[in-house]
Design a protein around this ligand. Structure first.
Ligand code: SF4
Ligand code: SF4
Length: 446
Protein backbone atom coordinates (compact mmCIF):
# COMPACT_ATOMS: atom_id res chain seq x y z
CA UNK A 1 0.00 0.00 0.00
CA UNK A 2 1.30 3.45 -0.91
CA UNK A 3 0.78 5.57 2.19
CA UNK A 4 0.95 8.81 0.24
CA UNK A 5 -1.37 7.74 -2.58
CA UNK A 6 -0.75 8.10 -6.29
CA UNK A 7 -4.18 8.92 -7.70
CA UNK A 8 -4.60 12.59 -8.39
CA UNK A 9 -5.75 15.12 -10.98
CA UNK A 10 -3.78 17.21 -13.46
CA UNK A 11 -2.49 20.71 -12.65
CA UNK A 12 -3.42 22.30 -9.29
CA UNK A 13 -1.13 23.96 -6.74
CA UNK A 14 0.54 23.44 -3.37
CA UNK A 15 -0.28 26.43 -1.15
CA UNK A 16 1.06 26.33 2.44
CA UNK A 17 -1.23 23.92 4.30
CA UNK A 18 -1.20 25.93 7.55
CA UNK A 19 -3.07 23.18 9.42
CA UNK A 20 -0.56 22.38 12.18
CA UNK A 21 -1.98 24.89 14.68
CA UNK A 22 -5.38 23.17 14.88
CA UNK A 23 -5.13 19.65 13.38
CA UNK A 24 -4.10 18.18 16.75
CA UNK A 25 -6.75 20.01 18.80
CA UNK A 26 -9.84 17.99 19.79
CA UNK A 27 -13.29 19.43 19.05
CA UNK A 28 -14.55 21.60 21.93
CA UNK A 29 -18.03 22.98 22.61
CA UNK A 30 -18.26 26.73 21.90
CA UNK A 31 -20.21 28.81 24.43
CA UNK A 32 -23.74 29.93 23.58
CA UNK A 33 -24.00 33.55 22.40
CA UNK A 34 -26.53 35.76 24.24
CA UNK A 35 -28.41 36.16 20.96
CA UNK A 36 -28.51 33.77 17.98
CA UNK A 37 -29.94 34.40 14.53
CA UNK A 38 -30.97 31.57 12.21
CA UNK A 39 -31.18 32.77 8.59
CA UNK A 40 -34.08 31.19 6.71
CA UNK A 41 -31.86 30.67 3.70
CA UNK A 42 -28.63 28.82 4.43
CA UNK A 43 -28.83 26.63 1.37
CA UNK A 44 -29.18 26.67 -2.39
CA UNK A 45 -32.92 26.76 -3.21
CA UNK A 46 -35.94 28.40 -1.62
CA UNK A 47 -35.70 29.83 1.93
CA UNK A 48 -37.50 27.91 4.67
CA UNK A 49 -40.80 29.29 6.04
CA UNK A 50 -40.86 30.32 9.71
CA UNK A 51 -43.33 28.31 11.82
CA UNK A 52 -42.75 30.18 15.09
CA UNK A 53 -43.85 33.66 16.14
CA UNK A 54 -42.15 36.46 18.04
CA UNK A 55 -42.30 35.90 21.81
CA UNK A 56 -42.67 32.12 21.48
CA UNK A 57 -40.51 29.86 23.65
CA UNK A 58 -38.66 27.13 21.73
CA UNK A 59 -36.67 24.04 22.66
CA UNK A 60 -33.20 23.36 21.31
CA UNK A 61 -33.57 21.20 18.18
CA UNK A 62 -37.24 22.14 17.64
CA UNK A 63 -38.20 22.78 14.01
CA UNK A 64 -38.62 26.57 13.68
CA UNK A 65 -38.95 26.79 9.89
CA UNK A 66 -40.30 24.28 7.38
CA UNK A 67 -39.01 23.60 3.86
CA UNK A 68 -40.67 25.57 1.05
CA UNK A 69 -40.76 22.97 -1.69
CA UNK A 70 -38.30 20.22 -2.56
CA UNK A 71 -35.11 22.30 -2.94
CA UNK A 72 -35.40 23.67 0.58
CA UNK A 73 -34.75 22.32 4.09
CA UNK A 74 -36.05 22.74 7.63
CA UNK A 75 -34.35 24.94 10.26
CA UNK A 76 -34.07 24.05 13.94
CA UNK A 77 -33.67 26.09 17.11
CA UNK A 78 -29.97 26.22 18.06
CA UNK A 79 -30.89 26.81 21.70
CA UNK A 80 -33.80 26.60 24.08
CA UNK A 81 -34.93 30.17 24.48
CA UNK A 82 -37.32 32.86 23.31
CA UNK A 83 -37.92 34.03 19.75
CA UNK A 84 -37.21 37.73 20.12
CA UNK A 85 -37.67 38.84 16.55
CA UNK A 86 -38.17 37.64 13.00
CA UNK A 87 -36.42 40.16 10.79
CA UNK A 88 -33.48 40.93 8.55
CA UNK A 89 -29.87 39.92 9.26
CA UNK A 90 -26.68 40.48 7.23
CA UNK A 91 -25.41 37.51 5.21
CA UNK A 92 -22.11 36.57 3.61
CA UNK A 93 -23.51 37.55 0.20
CA UNK A 94 -23.67 41.17 1.39
CA UNK A 95 -27.48 41.11 1.25
CA UNK A 96 -29.85 41.35 4.22
CA UNK A 97 -31.85 38.12 4.57
CA UNK A 98 -34.74 37.11 6.84
CA UNK A 99 -33.81 35.29 10.02
CA UNK A 100 -35.19 34.13 13.36
CA UNK A 101 -33.54 35.82 16.39
CA UNK A 102 -33.45 33.62 19.51
CA UNK A 103 -32.36 34.61 23.00
CA UNK A 104 -31.18 31.44 24.81
CA UNK A 105 -32.45 30.78 28.36
CA UNK A 106 -29.41 31.49 30.59
CA UNK A 107 -30.00 28.61 33.02
CA UNK A 108 -31.19 25.96 30.56
CA UNK A 109 -29.45 22.57 30.36
CA UNK A 110 -29.85 22.90 26.57
CA UNK A 111 -30.98 19.30 26.06
CA UNK A 112 -31.60 18.57 22.38
CA UNK A 113 -35.12 17.60 21.32
CA UNK A 114 -35.42 14.21 19.64
CA UNK A 115 -38.04 13.30 17.03
CA UNK A 116 -39.06 10.28 14.99
CA UNK A 117 -36.07 8.03 14.34
CA UNK A 118 -35.25 6.88 10.82
CA UNK A 119 -33.67 3.42 10.78
CA UNK A 120 -31.38 2.83 7.79
CA UNK A 121 -32.07 -0.91 7.82
CA UNK A 122 -35.85 -0.60 7.51
CA UNK A 123 -36.50 2.81 5.87
CA UNK A 124 -37.05 2.96 2.11
CA UNK A 125 -35.48 5.55 -0.22
CA UNK A 126 -38.30 8.06 0.08
CA UNK A 127 -38.33 7.80 3.87
CA UNK A 128 -34.58 8.47 3.98
CA UNK A 129 -34.87 11.42 1.56
CA UNK A 130 -37.71 12.89 3.66
CA UNK A 131 -35.83 12.34 6.93
CA UNK A 132 -32.68 14.06 5.58
CA UNK A 133 -34.77 17.01 4.35
CA UNK A 134 -36.51 17.29 7.73
CA UNK A 135 -33.15 17.10 9.54
CA UNK A 136 -32.13 20.26 7.66
CA UNK A 137 -28.82 18.80 6.50
CA UNK A 138 -27.09 20.53 3.59
CA UNK A 139 -23.56 20.13 2.21
CA UNK A 140 -21.42 21.03 5.22
CA UNK A 141 -18.29 21.31 3.09
CA UNK A 142 -19.49 24.78 2.16
CA UNK A 143 -21.59 24.01 -0.93
CA UNK A 144 -24.88 24.36 0.95
CA UNK A 145 -26.81 22.20 -1.50
CA UNK A 146 -29.67 20.34 0.24
CA UNK A 147 -28.36 16.79 0.72
CA UNK A 148 -31.75 15.10 0.36
CA UNK A 149 -32.09 16.56 -3.16
CA UNK A 150 -28.79 14.91 -4.11
CA UNK A 151 -30.10 11.59 -2.83
CA UNK A 152 -33.21 11.72 -5.04
CA UNK A 153 -31.85 9.89 -8.09
CA UNK A 154 -33.85 10.83 -11.22
CA UNK A 155 -35.53 8.19 -13.40
CA UNK A 156 -33.11 6.63 -15.85
CA UNK A 157 -30.00 7.47 -13.78
CA UNK A 158 -28.15 5.25 -11.33
CA UNK A 159 -25.28 5.45 -8.85
CA UNK A 160 -22.84 2.60 -8.36
CA UNK A 161 -20.14 4.30 -6.28
CA UNK A 162 -20.59 6.72 -3.42
CA UNK A 163 -17.59 8.98 -2.74
CA UNK A 164 -17.22 10.42 0.75
CA UNK A 165 -15.11 13.54 0.52
CA UNK A 166 -12.61 13.83 3.36
CA UNK A 167 -9.91 15.56 1.31
CA UNK A 168 -10.20 18.93 3.10
CA UNK A 169 -7.57 20.50 0.85
CA UNK A 170 -8.35 24.11 1.82
CA UNK A 171 -5.51 25.68 3.88
CA UNK A 172 -6.13 26.21 7.63
CA UNK A 173 -9.30 24.06 7.82
CA UNK A 174 -9.15 20.98 10.06
CA UNK A 175 -12.84 20.36 10.80
CA UNK A 176 -13.22 17.31 8.58
CA UNK A 177 -9.91 15.95 9.88
CA UNK A 178 -11.15 16.11 13.47
CA UNK A 179 -14.58 14.72 12.55
CA UNK A 180 -12.92 11.71 10.87
CA UNK A 181 -10.74 11.15 13.95
CA UNK A 182 -13.36 11.73 16.63
CA UNK A 183 -16.58 10.71 14.87
CA UNK A 184 -15.56 7.81 12.61
CA UNK A 185 -18.49 5.80 14.02
CA UNK A 186 -20.92 8.52 12.94
CA UNK A 187 -19.39 8.52 9.45
CA UNK A 188 -19.95 4.76 9.29
CA UNK A 189 -23.50 5.19 10.64
CA UNK A 190 -24.27 7.81 7.95
CA UNK A 191 -23.00 5.80 4.99
CA UNK A 192 -25.80 3.14 5.02
CA UNK A 193 -28.44 5.90 4.64
CA UNK A 194 -26.59 7.30 1.65
CA UNK A 195 -25.95 3.91 0.04
CA UNK A 196 -29.52 2.78 0.50
CA UNK A 197 -31.04 6.02 -0.82
CA UNK A 198 -28.80 6.10 -3.90
CA UNK A 199 -28.50 2.37 -4.56
CA UNK A 200 -24.67 2.57 -4.50
CA UNK A 201 -23.02 -0.81 -3.95
CA UNK A 202 -19.65 0.55 -2.89
CA UNK A 203 -18.30 3.54 -0.96
CA UNK A 204 -14.86 5.12 -1.20
CA UNK A 205 -13.78 7.56 1.49
CA UNK A 206 -11.12 9.89 0.07
CA UNK A 207 -8.56 11.33 2.49
CA UNK A 208 -5.47 13.39 1.66
CA UNK A 209 -2.09 11.98 2.68
CA UNK A 210 -1.58 14.71 5.30
CA UNK A 211 -4.22 12.98 7.49
CA UNK A 212 -2.84 9.44 7.90
CA UNK A 213 -4.34 9.16 11.39
CA UNK A 214 -7.82 9.86 9.99
CA UNK A 215 -7.39 7.22 7.27
CA UNK A 216 -6.27 4.69 9.87
CA UNK A 217 -9.14 5.51 12.24
CA UNK A 218 -11.71 5.23 9.47
CA UNK A 219 -10.30 1.90 8.26
CA UNK A 220 -10.56 0.50 11.77
CA UNK A 221 -14.21 1.59 11.99
CA UNK A 222 -15.45 0.02 8.72
CA UNK A 223 -18.32 -2.39 9.50
CA UNK A 224 -17.98 -5.90 8.06
CA UNK A 225 -21.28 -5.87 6.20
CA UNK A 226 -20.57 -2.83 3.98
CA UNK A 227 -18.21 -2.45 1.04
CA UNK A 228 -16.26 0.62 2.11
CA UNK A 229 -12.68 1.53 1.16
CA UNK A 230 -10.49 4.35 2.40
CA UNK A 231 -8.32 5.79 -0.35
CA UNK A 232 -5.37 8.07 0.43
CA UNK A 233 -4.64 10.75 -2.15
CA UNK A 234 -1.57 12.96 -2.58
CA UNK A 235 -1.82 16.41 -1.04
CA UNK A 236 -2.77 18.90 -3.73
CA UNK A 237 -5.18 21.81 -3.96
CA UNK A 238 -8.08 21.68 -4.96
CA UNK A 239 -8.27 17.89 -4.48
CA UNK A 240 -11.60 18.24 -2.65
CA UNK A 241 -13.46 19.66 -5.65
CA UNK A 242 -15.89 16.86 -6.42
CA UNK A 243 -15.24 16.67 -10.17
CA UNK A 244 -11.50 16.45 -9.60
CA UNK A 245 -11.90 13.98 -6.77
CA UNK A 246 -14.04 11.65 -8.88
CA UNK A 247 -11.59 11.97 -11.76
CA UNK A 248 -8.63 11.20 -9.47
CA UNK A 249 -10.28 8.27 -7.69
CA UNK A 250 -12.19 6.60 -10.48
CA UNK A 251 -10.84 8.03 -13.73
CA UNK A 252 -14.41 9.11 -14.55
CA UNK A 253 -14.56 12.50 -16.27
CA UNK A 254 -17.68 14.56 -15.65
CA UNK A 255 -18.63 16.47 -18.82
CA UNK A 256 -18.68 20.29 -18.90
CA UNK A 257 -21.85 21.44 -17.14
CA UNK A 258 -22.48 17.86 -15.94
CA UNK A 259 -22.91 16.29 -12.51
CA UNK A 260 -21.28 13.32 -10.74
CA UNK A 261 -24.53 11.49 -11.46
CA UNK A 262 -23.62 11.57 -15.18
CA UNK A 263 -20.78 9.18 -14.34
CA UNK A 264 -22.87 7.10 -11.89
CA UNK A 265 -21.26 8.63 -8.82
CA UNK A 266 -22.41 10.74 -5.90
CA UNK A 267 -20.06 12.73 -3.72
CA UNK A 268 -20.95 13.70 -0.13
CA UNK A 269 -18.75 15.60 2.34
CA UNK A 270 -17.51 13.50 5.27
CA UNK A 271 -18.85 15.99 7.85
CA UNK A 272 -22.28 15.86 6.21
CA UNK A 273 -22.15 12.05 6.33
CA UNK A 274 -21.25 12.08 10.05
CA UNK A 275 -24.07 14.51 10.75
CA UNK A 276 -26.59 12.24 9.00
CA UNK A 277 -25.25 9.31 11.03
CA UNK A 278 -25.69 11.32 14.23
CA UNK A 279 -29.08 12.91 13.56
CA UNK A 280 -31.27 10.42 11.70
CA UNK A 281 -31.22 7.57 14.26
CA UNK A 282 -32.66 10.05 16.78
CA UNK A 283 -34.91 12.12 14.52
CA UNK A 284 -32.91 15.24 15.37
CA UNK A 285 -32.41 18.39 13.31
CA UNK A 286 -29.07 20.07 12.68
CA UNK A 287 -28.62 23.05 14.98
CA UNK A 288 -24.85 23.11 15.47
CA UNK A 289 -21.78 22.16 13.44
CA UNK A 290 -18.01 21.77 13.75
CA UNK A 291 -15.84 24.63 12.47
CA UNK A 292 -12.15 25.56 12.61
CA UNK A 293 -11.42 28.95 14.13
CA UNK A 294 -7.86 29.87 13.24
CA UNK A 295 -5.47 31.95 11.24
CA UNK A 296 -2.58 34.05 12.52
CA UNK A 297 -4.82 36.73 14.05
CA UNK A 298 -6.73 34.31 16.31
CA UNK A 299 -5.46 33.76 19.87
CA UNK A 300 -7.41 30.66 20.99
CA UNK A 301 -7.37 28.66 17.78
CA UNK A 302 -9.27 25.40 17.67
CA UNK A 303 -11.95 23.14 16.30
CA UNK A 304 -15.27 23.95 17.88
CA UNK A 305 -18.81 22.58 17.87
CA UNK A 306 -20.75 25.82 17.58
CA UNK A 307 -24.42 26.78 17.47
CA UNK A 308 -25.71 27.76 14.05
CA UNK A 309 -26.69 31.41 14.30
CA UNK A 310 -23.74 32.47 16.47
CA UNK A 311 -22.74 35.99 15.37
CA UNK A 312 -19.20 36.39 14.07
CA UNK A 313 -18.57 39.24 16.52
CA UNK A 314 -19.25 36.86 19.45
CA UNK A 315 -16.98 34.21 17.87
CA UNK A 316 -14.02 36.59 17.58
CA UNK A 317 -14.58 38.18 21.00
CA UNK A 318 -14.65 34.72 22.59
CA UNK A 319 -11.47 33.36 20.98
CA UNK A 320 -9.62 36.70 21.15
CA UNK A 321 -7.88 38.31 18.18
CA UNK A 322 -4.75 40.35 17.55
CA UNK A 323 -5.19 44.12 17.53
CA UNK A 324 -4.05 44.49 13.94
CA UNK A 325 -6.61 42.01 12.53
CA UNK A 326 -7.29 43.06 8.94
CA UNK A 327 -9.30 40.36 7.27
CA UNK A 328 -11.68 37.57 8.27
CA UNK A 329 -12.76 34.75 5.98
CA UNK A 330 -15.70 32.41 6.38
CA UNK A 331 -14.15 29.22 5.00
CA UNK A 332 -10.50 29.12 4.05
CA UNK A 333 -8.47 31.80 2.28
CA UNK A 334 -8.67 30.05 -1.13
CA UNK A 335 -12.39 29.42 -1.62
CA UNK A 336 -13.85 31.15 1.41
CA UNK A 337 -15.32 34.63 1.40
CA UNK A 338 -14.01 37.72 3.14
CA UNK A 339 -16.65 39.14 5.48
CA UNK A 340 -17.92 42.68 5.41
CA UNK A 341 -19.93 42.62 8.66
CA UNK A 342 -19.26 41.19 12.13
CA UNK A 343 -23.02 40.60 12.52
CA UNK A 344 -23.04 37.74 9.98
CA UNK A 345 -23.97 34.51 11.78
CA UNK A 346 -22.36 31.08 11.48
CA UNK A 347 -24.51 29.03 9.12
CA UNK A 348 -24.69 25.37 8.12
CA UNK A 349 -22.20 26.02 5.31
CA UNK A 350 -19.54 27.72 7.46
CA UNK A 351 -16.48 25.45 7.54
CA UNK A 352 -14.25 27.87 9.39
CA UNK A 353 -13.49 31.38 10.58
CA UNK A 354 -9.96 32.30 9.53
CA UNK A 355 -8.53 35.69 10.50
CA UNK A 356 -5.38 37.46 9.32
CA UNK A 357 -3.55 40.45 10.67
CA UNK A 358 -1.66 43.12 8.75
CA UNK A 359 1.60 41.18 9.05
CA UNK A 360 0.46 38.19 6.96
CA UNK A 361 -1.86 39.58 4.36
CA UNK A 362 1.01 39.70 1.85
CA UNK A 363 -0.61 37.60 -0.87
CA UNK A 364 -4.06 38.85 0.01
CA UNK A 365 -3.48 42.60 0.14
CA UNK A 366 -1.14 45.31 -0.82
CA UNK A 367 0.50 43.82 -3.92
CA UNK A 368 0.69 46.22 -6.81
CA UNK A 369 -1.02 44.76 -9.86
CA UNK A 370 0.97 44.56 -13.11
CA UNK A 371 -0.14 43.75 -16.67
CA UNK A 372 -0.26 40.12 -17.78
CA UNK A 373 3.19 39.00 -18.94
CA UNK A 374 1.83 35.85 -20.62
CA UNK A 375 3.98 33.60 -18.47
CA UNK A 376 1.38 30.84 -18.66
CA UNK A 377 1.59 29.94 -14.97
CA UNK A 378 -2.17 30.29 -14.58
CA UNK A 379 -2.79 27.85 -17.45
CA UNK A 380 -0.49 25.33 -15.81
CA UNK A 381 -2.33 25.75 -12.50
CA UNK A 382 -5.96 25.61 -13.64
CA UNK A 383 -7.20 22.10 -12.80
CA UNK A 384 -9.89 22.19 -15.47
CA UNK A 385 -7.65 23.48 -18.25
CA UNK A 386 -9.26 26.88 -18.69
CA UNK A 387 -7.27 29.86 -19.98
CA UNK A 388 -7.37 32.27 -17.02
CA UNK A 389 -5.01 34.72 -18.72
CA UNK A 390 -7.36 35.17 -21.68
CA UNK A 391 -10.41 35.20 -19.41
CA UNK A 392 -8.75 37.94 -17.34
CA UNK A 393 -8.08 40.10 -20.38
CA UNK A 394 -11.70 39.70 -21.52
CA UNK A 395 -12.97 40.44 -18.00
CA UNK A 396 -11.16 43.78 -18.04
CA UNK A 397 -13.05 44.63 -21.24
CA UNK A 398 -16.40 43.35 -19.87
CA UNK A 399 -16.59 40.87 -22.76
CA UNK A 400 -18.74 38.46 -20.80
CA UNK A 401 -20.30 36.72 -23.78
CA UNK A 402 -16.91 35.79 -25.22
CA UNK A 403 -15.78 34.64 -21.78
CA UNK A 404 -18.73 32.24 -21.65
CA UNK A 405 -18.94 31.13 -25.29
CA UNK A 406 -15.26 30.88 -26.21
CA UNK A 407 -13.50 30.35 -22.87
CA UNK A 408 -16.01 28.40 -20.73
CA UNK A 409 -16.26 30.92 -17.92
CA UNK A 410 -19.19 29.10 -16.30
CA UNK A 411 -17.06 25.97 -15.80
CA UNK A 412 -14.73 27.95 -13.51
CA UNK A 413 -15.45 26.81 -9.95
CA UNK A 414 -13.48 29.69 -8.40
CA UNK A 415 -10.72 27.62 -6.83
CA UNK A 416 -8.29 30.55 -6.99
CA UNK A 417 -5.29 28.53 -8.26
CA UNK A 418 -4.75 31.02 -11.11
CA UNK A 419 -4.75 34.02 -8.76
CA UNK A 420 -2.38 32.27 -6.38
CA UNK A 421 0.31 31.68 -9.02
CA UNK A 422 -0.01 34.94 -10.98
CA UNK A 423 3.26 36.90 -10.66
CA UNK A 424 1.47 40.05 -11.85
CA UNK A 425 -0.96 39.80 -8.89
CA UNK A 426 -3.98 40.02 -11.18
CA UNK A 427 -7.09 39.23 -9.10
CA UNK A 428 -8.28 36.70 -11.67
CA UNK A 429 -10.74 34.72 -9.56
CA UNK A 430 -12.30 37.91 -8.24
CA UNK A 431 -12.76 39.08 -11.84
CA UNK A 432 -14.36 35.75 -12.75
CA UNK A 433 -16.76 35.89 -9.79
CA UNK A 434 -17.92 39.34 -10.87
CA UNK A 435 -18.25 38.25 -14.51
CA UNK A 436 -20.22 35.11 -13.58
CA UNK A 437 -22.58 37.13 -11.38
CA UNK A 438 -23.14 39.58 -14.28
CA UNK A 439 -23.89 36.68 -16.66
CA UNK A 440 -26.36 35.16 -14.18
CA UNK A 441 -28.11 38.52 -13.76
CA UNK A 442 -28.34 38.84 -17.55
CA UNK A 443 -29.92 35.40 -17.84
CA UNK A 444 -32.28 35.76 -14.88
CA UNK A 445 -35.97 36.04 -15.82
CA UNK A 446 -37.27 39.62 -15.43
S1 SF4 B 1 -10.40 29.99 -10.44
FE1 SF4 B 1 -11.34 29.16 -12.32
S2 SF4 B 1 -9.95 29.74 -13.94
FE2 SF4 B 1 -8.82 30.00 -12.03
S3 SF4 B 1 -7.77 28.08 -11.76
FE3 SF4 B 1 -9.70 27.85 -10.66
S4 SF4 B 1 -11.13 26.96 -12.13
FE4 SF4 B 1 -9.34 27.71 -13.30
S1 SF4 C 1 -0.21 33.96 -14.44
FE1 SF4 C 1 -0.80 36.12 -14.55
S2 SF4 C 1 0.82 37.09 -15.74
FE2 SF4 C 1 1.02 34.89 -16.08
S3 SF4 C 1 -0.23 34.48 -17.92
FE3 SF4 C 1 -1.56 34.18 -16.18
S4 SF4 C 1 -2.59 36.15 -15.91
FE4 SF4 C 1 -0.78 36.52 -17.19
Amino acid sequence: MNLFGTKTFAHGIHPPESKDDTSGLPIRQFPFAPSLVVPLSQHIGKPAIAVVREGQEVTRGQCIAKPDGFISVAMHAPASGTVRRIGLTPSITGKMVPGIFIEPFPASTQEILEGTACDASTADTQEIVAAVQQSGVVGLGGAGFPTHAKLQIPEGKFVDILVINGAECEPFLTTDHRVMLEHAEDVMAGIPYLMKATGASKTIIAVEANKPDAAETLRAAIPQDLEIEVEVLPVKYPQGAEKLLISALLGREIPSGGLPLDVHTLCVNVGTTAEIGQLLPHGKGIQERVITIGGPAVKNKGNYRIQIGTPLRFVLETVGVEEDITRVFLGGPMMGQAVSSMDIPITKGTTGVIAFSARETGFLDGHKQYPCIRCGYCLEACPIFLNPSQLGLLAEQDQHERMVDDFHLMDCFECGCCTFVCPSHIPLVQQFRIAKAAVRRMKAPV
